[in-house]
Design a protein around this ligand. Structure first.
Ligand code: GLY
Length: 519
């Protein structure tokens, strides 16, 4: 797309479509995403929310069993219960109308070719198919694409998807309304409402009324840089920027990545920021989210003061940011999927998009050749906790809270110099924060920053990525008072671009199938 005179928006949107075909377990037009654009002409950054919405018939007790208790997480996340109205085609229409240079139809061509001619399953995709296939009893449309001779396709086999090619061709020819009305909308609504598993009502009206929304980007200063990211309904920007804000008073550069104290400080900030995330973040059209309060300088300073230089806290409660209404914190489940991609063009534009169907193969349902998302599992399953309504509870028309964290970094003279994002459910936030610290504080190039060890947490335990230099710091982190577990922290998948003296250079997470290409 870039070689044909397209903008970064054209390239990113074509990637979103192509990934629908070749990375169906992670993202696609049956799901949603967030699109961030640095527009060089306007010298401005904008964010578009293509997050899935809950159908009008959804009730707050969607994820409660007959006994009133929350359903087991695996039970609630597959089949019709968890499918939200897909947002990516509406997002694409908005972004293309504003920043696209190439004809709408052209962006579909690579995806249509891949769906028609087929592509070779990578070991990673084949592994995901094998893992999910036991759930596909009765899901004939899913098996039609990803099975061969009655068994899951294996690595090296070709996957063709003629039904998806037909869908893409139709939207290419007729435009975005062809997705939200007519035969494609009917197929989506029917696949969800008549799902063999967890059928739940979705109507063509749910699709026809879907709207992608431009949201205000959330921007902060970190050291000499200006960072911008995606605000609610994503928790990405507020949580990543809280983590950075809390560690800013420490000299991470001097400490360096080999010093366990650096990771201790990051771990403390991470757990405090995630506590605020669970309590305050939700769809801003339904819940007042105190974004300025969460990033308020004095508030961040008060949260940072809770971080001791050499001792782990015993608990990590949410704070009370300025402007916050009383809320109850609720833990949501952990589903890892999603994908991230970046495009930078010769005109100086940067497109940074995170796209998702949520968990591996989303709801597992296929309609019109596309995997339908299971994004509603990003709602808190419990609508009420401790007698108070939970901010991120399921509600009709609402967008579930996301962790997707596309981020663009600007130099002190206002030029975009780095763009990054990641996949991996709630771990997205921590992967992005780590990459930013590795690049901006530790001076690693984008590739090394992505490859730097991942750190996360699970309940009381701090998770250190196995097979990385962090493993050797486990004992030191125990001395700081952390309960430590060395584990794989998979899947990890982040991508980035950085501005170098030779121009833009890409970087892909070595743990993933990702790659980058210089035009
Ligand atoms: N689907 C992952 C997220 O929205 O955070």
């Amino acid at each position: 797309m870039l070689r044909q005179g397209g903008t970064a928006a054209d390239a990113a949107l074509a990637m979103m479509l192509a990934l629908t075909v070749v990375e169906p377990a992670s993202s696609g037009i049956g799901g949603g995403g967030f699109f961030m654009y640095h527009d060089s002409k306007a010298d401005d950054v904008a964010t578009i929310d293509g997050r899935e919405t809950a159908p009008a018939a959804l009730r707050e007790d969607r994820f409660l069993g007959l006994d009133g208790k929350v359903k087991d997480f695996p039970e609630g996340i597959i089949g019709g219960y968890s499918v939200g109205v897909p947002g990516n085609i509406a997002l694409m229409a908005k972004a293309h109308a504003r920043w696209g240079n190439l004809p709408w139809e052209k962006l579909f061509q690579p995806a249509i070719t891949l769906a028609e001619k087929g592509y070779v399953a990578t070991p990673r995709l084949a592994g995901t198919i094998a893992k999910m296939a036991p759930r596909w009893d009765g899901l004939d449309a899913t098996k039609a694409v990803y099975f061969q001779d009655g068994r899951p396709k294996v690595a090296g086999e070709v996957i063709r998807n003629p039904a998806l090619a037909k869908t893409l061709r139709r939207i290419a020819r007729k435009g975005p309304r062809a997705f939200y009305t007519g035969q494609i909308a009917k197929k989506i609504a029917s696949a969800v409402s008549n799902a063999p598993l967890n059928a739940a009502p979705m109507t063509v009206a749910d699709l026809a009324t879907y709207e992608a929304k431009e949201r205000p980007p959330v921007c902060v200063l970190y050291r000499v840089y200006r960072l911008c990211g995606m605000g609610p309904p994503s928790s990405g920007a507020t949580t990543v920027f809280q983590i950075l804000g809390m560690v800013e008073r420490f000299d991470l550069k001097a400490l360096g990545p080999e010093n366990p104290q650096a990771w201790h400080l990051i771990a403390e900030a991470m757990q405090l920021a995630y506590a605020d995330r669970e309590k305050y973040l939700a769809d801003p059209d339904y819940v007042a989210v105190p974004v300025p309060g969460l990033l308020d300088e004095a508030y961040i300073a008060s949260r940072s003061a809770l971080v001791s230089e050499n001792k782990a806290r015993s608990s990590y409660a949410a704070g009370t940011p300025p402007g916050a209404e009383p809320r109850t914190a609720a833990l949501s489940g952990e589903v890892t999927g999603t994908t991230h991609f970046v495009a930078a063009d010769r005109f100086g534009n940067v497109a940074n998009m995170t796209s998702t169907v949520q968990g591996p193969f989303g709801s597992q349902l296929v309609a019109a050749g596309m995997i339908l998302n299971n994004e509603l599992s990003d709602f808190s399953f419990a609508p009420i906790k401790d007698g108070a309504p939970v901010a991120n509870r399921p509600q009709p028309g609402k967008r579930p809270l996301s962790s997707m964290s596309p981020t663009i970094v600007y130099s002190s003279d206002g030029k975009p110099i780095f763009a990054v994002g990641a996949a991996g459910g709630k771990r997205i936030i921590m992967q992005v924060a780590k990459t930013l610290i590795a690049h901006l504080d530790w001076g690693m190039n984008a590739q090394a920053a992505l490859a730097a060890p991942n750190i996360y947490f699970d309940g009381d335990a701090l998770l250190l990525e196995r097979g990385t230099p962090l493993e050797a710091q486990a004992e030191a982190l125990v001395q700081f008072g952390h309960v430590v577990r060395v584990t794989a922290i998979t899947p990890s998948k982040a991508n980035a671009v950085e501005q170098t003296t030779a121009g833009w250079v890409g970087a892909a997470d070595p743990r993933s199938d990702g790659a980058w290409l210089n035009d």
